[in-house]
Design a protein around this ligand. Structure first.
Ligand code: ADP
Ligand code: MG
Length: 679
């Protein structure tokens, strides 16, 4: 038996359970032994019912009486009386009706849960229940930490534990997966011991040492990958784009505003990268409204002057057409043509565009992922810009980059600031430019939480702004009303407000189900000031730039994530006028921490840190890239361990040791390299 043995050949795994394992992604012995427990239930301190006190408690008891009854709206409550030699206790479960069948047998169980005062009595709330006889046969059970695994549909957790017990001998013989010098230097437990420590710990310390070793390993792989990416990039030969000072000067002079210091710095960094032998691989991070587009425009001009085309990819059609317009305005004075390639550019228009891109008449092509279609061929693609880069997968970026004979220069732009801890790991070895300066004359957006019961006042405030020539957004999370809840929808609000409070104003409706031409027409009408109010879903979330808009009303604000709220708020505050953002709560009694944080701060970098703390990295950076990072153990908040792993990865790279002799390491590193590279 080894790690590649199919689970089905293990004693106790039949075809049926093998299938359930497979559905959960577990096919081989190796998969199962690295299927790590979610947590460890601590039965080392069992208290008797007479000694119980509020807090997290474990008791060893039998169930005397148990019943499940429905309460409101499909909720079910199960109530049980638990007894041990010292006394009785009530336990309550919500929506776990199966407890009745599980516990009615009268067997002895360990119950672990929160002992608290609820509904005027003390009770054990939602305790887990582990049958005592399942844990260890008759012997000393009380020095036992029980691993708890994520549920696998159709499989009892006892079976998972039993099969892992079968594999215990194998775990003791597993070869080391990290370079031995590193294990020794860092004082880590061996790979085999780490797995044993996770699946069969005797003490809390066993678990801690196992976790540390496995977390270190994950971070080491990730950081090694990012260093190798940098090395690989340094070996590539890119296009040489010389600095054209007169053109850049003219571009800056023609702008209707003065560049911020941060914009100048970023532009300068890009221009310097263009002159190097290796292709640029740069992340441009700038909070919403910090002015990234014009930096990309300046770089595109430099590329065009040297005879290279630019492709700019944006995540939505609205944003792509807005960028095409902005860049036309910036670049046409230099005799450059900007084209737009989206899904709705079809037929004759598309053929013409593709011809012009292929023969080089079009200098800059802006588009959605339609840009990566094989039929779109460039004359000489030298520069690729990906706006809101976290919205795209690695694959999409790579397919666009592959449209050039050599690796083009890449500028990935994002308004979702990457917290320092994450920047250190995933983007540890990237070149980063940061726009941390607001354009001159901008005022802080005033943000206020708002009660749903006083919207009349809110509309008055919005109307005042409109009367003085400004415009307003109203954002709802739904397109249509949903009979099951009171969440506001754009369709209903559009109808309602058009007939009542805002009868005298011009209102537009925007959502994702409209046809591309309809979206375009509404967006254009709003951008040109024809409309006073735009009622929209989050399709305007990223990038949309209408500087005259100063009011942002977000209905049911608690339904949105922190970075989403910050992005939405970023649609206003784009001119010298004072802007306002009103977050209307679904229920004014209990503003969530998210809402309180966003009310407090306009700083995207601060909010990104908060968001990382509240939700974790996978949720924030989207499945496309980070979901697959799949860190099982390590947390990116552990900066100390990150620093250690960083150092170890550097030392390893410098040592020149061949990674290929560690096959598991090499495989993981290659996977992470593909996942975290920008190009
Ligand atoms: P983002 O970084 O969110 O993509 P944009 O590039 O859309 O920001 O720019 C936001 C708005 O600010 C645009 O209307 C743009 O013309 C304007 N802008 C950009 N740079 C400056 C500046 N230095 N001074 C004043 N306005 C600027
Ligand atoms: Mg933008």
């Amino acid at each position: 038996m080894n790690t590649t043995t199919p689970l089905q050949s293990i004693k106790g795994v039949g075809p049926k359970s093998a299938e359930q394992f497979a559905v959960a992604g577990l096919r081989t012995v190796g998969d199962l032994i690295t299927f790590l427990p979610r947590k460890h239930e601590d039965f080392t301190e069992v208290v008797s019912i007479a000694d119980i006190h509020p807090g997290k408690m474990t008791i060893k008891a039998r169930c005397e009486k148990i019943a499940t009854r429905p309460v409101r709206r499909g909720m079910k409550i199960t109530t049980a009386t638990l007894v041990d030699d010292s006394g009785k206790l009530q336990a309550v479960w919500f929506n776990q009706p199966y407890r009745t069948a599980q516990l009615a047998s009268g067997d002895e169980f360990y119950f672990s849960g929160e002992f608290e005062f609820q509904y005027n009595r003390y009770q054990l709330t939602n305790p887990s229940a582990e049958k005592v006889s399942d844990i260890g046969k008759g012997t000393v059970q009380t020095d036992r930490l029980l691993p708890v695994y994520s549920a696998i549909k159709g499989l009892k957790s006892q079976l998972v534990r039993k099969i892992l017990a079968e594999l215990k001998p194998l775990m003791t013989m597993l070869p080391e997966t990290l370079p031995p010098a590193i294990v020794a230097h860092e004082g880590l437990v061996s790979y085999g011991d780490a797995l044993l420590g996770m699946h069969f710990p005797k003490t809390r310390d066993d678990v801690a040492r196992a976790r540390e070793r496995l977390a270190f390993e994950e971070l080491f792989q990730l950081l090694l990958a990012s260093q190798l990416n940098r090395q690989a990039n340094a070996k590539l030969e890119g296009w040489h784009i010389p600095f054209d000072l007169p053109a850049v000067k003219e571009f800056v002079a023609k702008l209707p505003f003065e560049l911020t210091g941060a914009q100048r710095r970023a532009a300068w960094e890009i221009i310097q990268d263009f002159e190097k032998q290796t292709p640029m691989n740069r992340l441009l991070q700038g909070d919403v409204g910090s002015g990234k587009t014009v930096v990309a425009g300046l770089a595109a001009l430099s590329a065009a002057r040297a005879g290279y085309q630019t492709a700019l990819m944006a995540p939505t059609e609205i944003l792509a057409s807005q960028h095409a317009e902005t860049l036309s305005r910036l670049l046409e004075p230099f005799g450059l043509t900007v084209g737009l390639a989206t899904g709705s550019v079809k037929g004759k228009a598309r053929t013409t565009l593709y011809d012009q891109v292929a023969n080089g008449t079009v200098a800059v092509v802006v588009g959605t992922h339609a840009l990566i279609q094989d039929s779109l061929q460039f004359h000489k693609l030298g520069f690729v810009v990906v706006d809101e880069q976290h919205r795209f997968g690695v694959e999409q970026r790579q397919r666009l980059l592959a449209k050039s004979e050599r690796m083009p220069h890449l500028l990935a732009m994002t308004a979702t600031p990457i917290p320092r801890s994450l920047a250190l790991t995933v983007y540890g070895e990237l070149d980063v430019s940061i726009l941390n300066e607001r354009p001159k004359g901008r005022k802080e957006i005033i943000t206020k939480l708002w009660s749903p019961n006083s919207t009349a006042q809110l509309y008055d405030l919005a109307d005042e702004q409109i009367a003085s020539g400004r415009q307003a957004y109203i954002i709802c999370s739904l397109i249509d009303d949903n009979p099951d809840n009171d969440v506001k929808s754009v369709e209903a609000e559009y109808k309602r407000l058009r007939g009542t409070r805002f009868k005298h104003r011009k209102i537009g409706l925007l959502h994702g189900k409209l046809k591309a031409e309809e979206k375009d027409a509404v967006m254009t009408a709003f951008a040109t000031g024809e409309l006073d109010i735009l009622i929209s879903t989050t399709v305007v979330e990223v990038g949309v730039d209408v500087p005259n808009a100063t009011v942002m009303i977000i209905e049911n604000a608690d339904r949105f994530g922190l970075s989403q709220l910050h992005q939405l708020r970023g649609r206003v505050g784009r001119s010298a006028h004072q802007s306002f953002c009103y977050l209307v709560m679904s229920d004014s009694k209990k503003p969530s921490q998210r809402l309180r944080e966003i009310e407090k701060s306009n700083d995207g970098f601060y909010l990104a840190e908060v968001d990382l703390r509240l939700r974790g990295p996978g949720e924030i950076y989207g499945k496309a890239q980070h979901g697959a990072l799949n860190l099982q153990i390590a947390t990116l908040a552990d900066t100390k361990l990150i620093a250690k792993a960083q150092k170890a990865a550097r030392t390893f790279v410098l040592s020149g040791e061949d990674m290929l002799q560690y096959s598991q390491l090499a495989g993981q590193v290659e996977y992470y390299q593909r996942l975290t590279t920008l190009n």
